[in-house]
Design a protein around this ligand. Structure first.
Ligand SMILES: Nc1ncnc2c1ncn2[C@@H]1O[C@H](COP(=O)(O)OP(=O)(O)OP(=O)(O)O)[C@@H](O)[C@H]1O
Ligand SMILES: Nc1ncnc2c1ncn2[C@@H]1O[C@H](COP(=O)(O)OP(=O)(O)OP(=O)(O)O)[C@@H](O)[C@H]1O
Ligand SMILES: [Mg+2]
Ligand SMILES: [Mg+2]
Lengths: 225, 225
């Protein structure tokens, strides 16, 4: 499904160079359930943005679904993202002038379903994350954990088979964090591909493979029995 | 130091009413080290914003340092905040056009110290959180955990005796989270007052008193021996 070959993402700042991702190669089969871990600044969000087609690499090749995407233009990438990938951002990235319902509905706007069905799927996604009573609230009228859950609901609403979640439980208490992971567990059982960035071991324990980053490189990659 | 008496924060939305904080009374002595815990949406950030003079209650009294602050105007509150309270926001609230150095330096701009001393204290705060190599980066050029650490450094830089930290380690790996808590432990030993919102038990274990919220009320308040 995903094949990164010698991927690098390098930022030039004046005379220095920051190798956010430094020559990484990685293969992911359809249906895998993976945790990406590593210290702050080790490249986790960078690699997630590359996999999620939100960013293009400085060098290397990225084959997604048998198609080379490393050098596609923005419009092509946006199309792939909307159709195929659900993404939970580390900093949520909600529209501040739209309420929770409108934010979660957004990925469905360009799909071919009726407004009624769109509303039904949106409310269901908000229900799954426990926000049925907050659908009319704007992000500024929500708690940190509620915003995170809106971001999760938005990633789930159009049933993409590839779900990328960048620290999806960082602002949630352990009970709510567990409930979210059980939703992800279920999606995995339905043969979806799930990649979660987390720095918490008890979250990683839900997955079947743990990849650890350090300074932009993969330092370990372990599959569970 | 802090005395909240029957404090409420109520949001009216159309016909419904949300009691974010619902008749809470709380006393904090100078030098205490407190964790506030509770589920997502239980009122933790709301109570922190009230204590930190970032918000005014709908009703009730708040005495800080023998002064009633519940109904002060914005200018007076801003003055108290800048002089007396260090605040780490759950969503960091950094200036996006300023770099890490400029963001951390901000609380010192109105103090009576020389530019040279201001620079020295700012670099020291950034050193303490491990960001010496990122001082020229803007927030958009930093990882999530690096932004969180800039927010922490900014709260530490002017040595306020009251430090309020709203989920300061949510985006940090456990090793870095521990290092930050050790900085807070040291500040506590230097007789500063520290209140930390966290949903992680191992973070709360550093403190001497744990207050738990549910639906805007305090449901338990335990001091350690
Ligand atoms: N401006 C607002 N208008 C309406 N409701 C609000 C507003 N701000 C906050 N709320 C509600 O008040 C409740 C408490 O919010 P608060 O931010 O204090 O929760 P919290 O305990 O910090 O949660 P979290 O752990 O998710 O950060 C939430 O349910 C939220 O939806
Ligand atoms: N636009 C940029 N310009 C320069 N450096 C950048 C830029 N974006 C990110 N970086 C750097 O690249 C490194 C990796 O960033 P990344 O966001 O992938 O880390 P991360 O592993 O997600 O960290 P965290 O756990 O803190 O979220 C960081 O050290 C960061 O400072
Ligand atoms: Mg990150
Ligand atoms: Mg909060």
């Amino acid at each position: 499904l995903i094949k990164l070959s010698n991927i690098s993402k390098i930022y030039k700042m004046g005379l220095t160079e920051i190798r956010a991702i430094d020559g990484v190669s990685l293969e992911v089969e359809a249906g895998e359930y993976i945790a990406i871990m590593g210290p702050s600044g080790s490249g986790k969000s960078t690699i997630m943005n590359l996999i999620g087609c939100l960013d293009t690499p400085t060098s290397g090749s990225y084959i997604l679904n048998d198609m080379e995407v490393a050098h596609l233009d923005d419009d092509r990438l946006a199309e792939i993202r909307n159709k195929e990938i659900g993404f939970v951002f580390q900093t949520f990235n909600l529209l501040s002038r739209a309420n929770a319902l409108q934010n979660v509905e957004l990925p469905l706007i360009y799909s071919n379903i009726s407004a009624k069905e769109r509303r039904r799927q949106t409310l269901q996604a908000l229900e799954v994350v426990g926000l049925r009573d907050r659908v009319r609230h704007k992000p500024s009228e929500l708690s940190g954990g509620e915003r995170q859950r809106v971001a999760i609901a938005r990633a789930l609403v159009n049933n993409c088979s590839l779900l990328l979640a960048d620290e999806p439980t960082g602002n949630l208490d352990s009970k709510m964090g567990e409930e979210i992971m059980q939703v992800f567990d279920q999606l995995h059982e339905q043969e979806n591909t799930i990649i979660v960035v987390t720095h918490e071991e008890h979250i990683a324990r839900h997955t079947k493979r743990v990849i650890r980053l350090l300074d932009g490189k993969i330092i370990s990659d372990e599959r569970k029995g």
